[in-house]
Design a protein around this ligand. Structure first.
Ligand code: HEC
Length: 415
């Protein structure tokens, strides 16, 4: 035994020296092909690929080198990957965050001169299926034809789209594909079970609609805003779209620097045929009776909604406009305890979205959901759309405000 070890040791040393001499430049730290590209594939490329929401691609070495310093900075300050919900309040599906070791790896790669590394280390590239990150939907509901919004004002437009006239659909995930990402600001799909929307949208050009779809009976089906990613509902839970129902697609167009283009937005539905134990419903918790005084740099607005039956909250989506600075949603349970549902300490209009709980939050009948929103209506708020600031109330325009949370929930009886 001993003899063997002594014999092996010199061999090992010789091999190591040999290897050192052969490698032209020993890599000083992480390389793109070995470490960095794998971090980008897992955490960045879902948005940073051509034709998605990020302004540049991070698919190749050439792409990444161009943005290397910004990548190091944005990951170190925690702004990329974007995720607005504070840790410790709500446990959400698809939480985006980088581990400290990944942040350090990017920094060491940049500091080491962004080496490319060995071609053999490069993993197979990620592919993106025609813009649907979750794969091709079972059903695609599209605007019947392209619509070009006005170039000078915000436009809220509703398009009435037939669902399936032969059978009901059980939807487990909804995704959205804006036709013109430059102007489509947000999309809210509503369910129309009476067909009333078809009478408002007679030629496929849609109709103007503020607030909701302009119908008495419609319910929201979810929402999309820039940055939102598709998230599946919990096992056994689905949204039912009855046979013959229509989906009203409300699109908010926001012209950028007077530039508009024809848009033909699509909604993708992912269906299940497995038994559905619980139907998902959506309700807004709203306060539309507030005034935010001009100059007020921290106006607080509260909204409350009581659970009149026992529910399990599946998702939460807080929403404000450009004056919003932070928002928090809590549930005051019937037994007196308070549960933090979501905390967004640095609200950003461009990074709002629907958050889905890993485990639905149980609220017994009598519980109250409280939305607390804060607004900065002073000149110090660089996003203030009114110059000089003016008193702001509830409204649909980007220059108005909102205080609400859209809650997705199931009832204890499953109906
Ligand atoms: C959910 C989508 C998404 C993901 C995931 C994402 N980004 Fe971004 N990124 C964006 C968008 C959109 C912008 C444009 C700025 C904005 O809207 O905040 C951006 C901007 C950037 C910028 C430029 C910032 C500036 O203002 O100069 C850098 C650098 C960047 N991202 C790096 C990354 C890195 C590195 C990752 C992964 C660790 C990543 N991003 C993950 C969507 C994303």
């Amino acid at each position: 035994m001993r003899k063997k070890a002594i014999l092996l040791l010199p061999l090992l040393v010789i091999t190591l020296i040999g290897a050192r001499r052969r490698a032209a430049i020993p890599p000083p730290g992480p390389t793109f092909n070995l470490e960095v590209v794998r971090i980008l594939q897992q955490n960045c490329q879902s948005c940073h690929h051509p034709d998605d929401i990020a302004p540049f691609s991070l698919m190749t070495y050439a792409d990444a080198v161009l943005y290397a310093d910004a990548m190091k900075y944005m990951t170190q300050i925690g702004k990329m990957p974007p995720w607005k919900a504070a840790a410790g309040c709500g446990d959400f599906v698809g939480t985006r965050s980088l581990s400290q070791s990944d942040i350090d790896t990017i920094a060491r790669w940049v500091d080491g001169g962004t080496p490319e590394g060995n071609a053999a280390d490069l993993p197979a590239p990620r592919t993106f299926d025609g813009g649907w990150p979750a794969g091709k939907p079972d059903v695609i509901l599209a605007m019947p034809k392209a619509f070009t919004p006005p170039a000078d004002v915000d436009e809220y437009r509703c398009f009435s789209i037939p669902g399936d006239s032969t059978k009901e659909m059980q939807v487990t995930m909804v995704d959205f594909r804006p036709g013109d990402r430059g102007t489509v600001h947000h999309i809210v799909p509503y369910l129309d079970t009476t067909g009333a929307s078809a009478k408002l949208d007679t030629n496929g050009n849609g109709y103007q609609c503020f607030g909701g779809p302009g119908l008495d009976t419609a319910t929201a089906l979810g929402a999309w805003t820039p940055g939102a990613r598709p998230t599946p509902l919990p096992e056994g839970t689905a949204v039912r779209i009855p046979k013959g129902a229509r989906v009203v697609m409300q699109v908010h167009y926001h012209p950028h620097f007077g530039r508009v283009a024809p848009d033909q937005t699509q909604i993708g539905l992912y269906l299940t045929t497995a038994p559905v134990q619980k139907q998902l419903h959506y309700d807004f918790i709203i306060n539309d009776q507030f005034v935010i005084r001009a100059g007020d740099h921290d106006a607080k607005v509260d909204a409350y909604g009581a659970a009149d039956t026992t529910i399990d909250v599946v998702s939460v989506y807080p929403h404000m406009h450009l004056l919003g600075t932070k928002t928090k949603v809590e549930a005051k349970l019937a037994d007196g305890t308070t549960v933090c549902m979501i905390d967004v300490p640095q609200y950003d209009f461009n990074w709002q979205g629907q958050y889905v709980y890993k485990t639905p939050l149980h609220i017994a009948a009598g519980g109250v959901i409280h939305v607390e929103s804060h607004f900065d209506n002073s000149t110090a708020n660089g996003h203030n759309p009114n110059s000089p600031p003016r008193d702001v109330r509830w409204g649909e325009q980007t220059t108005d405000e909102m205080c609400l949370a859209l809650i997705g929930y199931t009832r204890a009886d499953g109906r």
